[in-house]
Design a protein around this ligand. Structure first.
Ligand code: NAD
Length: 354
């Protein structure tokens, strides 16, 4: 079980260190090696995704990433920006399935801007297609055209999906649902977009392979509304790149606690890149106050999806629930009456709970 560890920038090194400690405590046979990605890689090797990192990432079974980016690299030429490293590794590893759980632990129900009874105990999973859709379709551009009797600027993009692209992402959602509450809601806009009519048709075909999982369909505008109105009706939501981009951010904000949300991006063989949903938080970097739980929970997702070790994944998730019920809180989720701790103390608490 080879893991490539990419701490990255900002709080990245602090939070990945805690996730690594948790993985090591499981007494499983991991081989871990660290490499550079992002701004630190630009500074040390002149590239946000250096060759040495590429080799290590390609040879590993899974990648654990902290976060990349920071103001010191914001004015670099585009090819030397930290984000290029992230896009590069996602593309090179063929990571087409983005899994973002939105979980709100009952202890943190007050962190949400929604009423506690609407969100307490929320546990949904958004499965977003990452490599297709209108974000990548050709032709695209802005050009001068003669339209409506006027010579004017014309902007255009192309939405497309092949049935095989749809089938493989919908299967990821069904497989994930099998490990959860066995319900998939496929989100599209079939009343207007032919491309998403195909999405609905293929999703319906895939459902025939999974008699034990229930499939429903929802139009994206209704899904956006239902996520706020009654988010607990969902188990797994599967959708395309653009709708998934928007809905996964909406869903993650239902929880109000960015330091708690893990994510996974998987390839065809369940090799994956695991990272917290938040960024490198330069404002608190180096202070030892960042919340490591999103990264620790990302490590749990790694055990579940790449290494197929559901029990070990649940051990970590149960330990996280335990430290929350014991009252341990980093600054981002702190409430009066709780025990305020830093990054390392939170890691210590999870280790003790394990
Ligand atoms: P951010 O997520 O880094 O920070 C937003 C706010 O949340 C900040 O106030 C930060 O202190 C807080 N925060 C984030 N994670 C936290 C944690 N674990 N514990 C406690 N507080 C936490 O978003 P941003 O400020 O918009 O971006 C900062 C940098 O991160 C930028 O350079 C951006 O490009 C980059 N970024 C990277 C990724 C990634 O690596 N996947 C994702 C998003 C943003």
């Amino acid at each position: 079980m080879k893991i490539c560890v990419l701490p990255g920038d900002g709080i990245g090194p602090e939070i990945t260190a805690e996730a690594v400690r948790v993985l090591m405590a499981l007494d499983m046979k991991f081989e871990m090696e660290e490499a550079l990605l992002g701004g630190c890689a630009v500074d040390a090797a002149g590239s946000p995704y250096p060759e040495a990192t590429q080799k290590l990432a390609q040879a590993a079974d899974a990648v654990l990433l902290g976060a990349v980016g920071g103001p010191q690299w914001d004015n670099n030429p585009r090819e030397l920006r930290p984000e290029r490293g992230l896009l590069g590794i996602r593309k090179q590893l063929g990571l087409f399935a983005n899994l973002r759980p939105a979980i709100l632990y009952p202890e943190l129900a007050n962190a949400s801007t929604l009423k506690p009874e609407v969100v307490a105990g929320l546990d949904i999973l958004i499965v977003r297609e990452l490599t297709g859709d209108i974000y990548f379709g050709q032709p695209r551009g802005i050009e001068m055209r003669d339209v409506d009797g006027k010579h004017q600027r014309f902007g255009f993009n192309t939405m497309h999906y092949t049935e095989s692209e749809i089938r493989r992402i919908v299967r990821v959602a069904f497989d994930a649902a099998r490990k959860r509450n066995k319900r998939v809601c496929s989100v599209d806009k079939m009343n207007v977009l032919e491309c998403t009519q195909l999405w609905r048709d293929v999703a319906t075909e895939v459902a025939d392979e999974y008699a034990d999982v229930e499939l429903s369909h929802m139009l994206v505008d209704n899904a956006a509304m239902q996520l706020v109105k009654n988010p607990k009706q969902f188990d797994v939501i599967v959708t395309g790149n653009m709708f998934g981009d928007i809905l996964s951010d909406e869903a993650s904000m239902l929880t109000g606690s960015i330091g708690m949300l893990p994510s996974a991006s998987l390839d065809e063989n369940n090799k994956g890149l695991y990272e917290p949903s938040h960024g490198s938080a330069p404002d608190i970097a180096g202070k030892g106050v960042a919340n490591p739980l999103a990264t620790i929970l990302s490590a749990a997702m790694m055990l579940r999806y790449t290494f197929n070790r559901e029990e070990a994944a649940q051990r970590i998730e149960t330990a996280v629930k335990k430290v929350l019920s014991q009252g341990f809180r980093t600054g981002d989720i702190f409430e009066p009456g709780m025990k305020k701790v830093g990054t390392k103390e939170m890691g210590d608490a999870v280790l003790a709970a394990l």
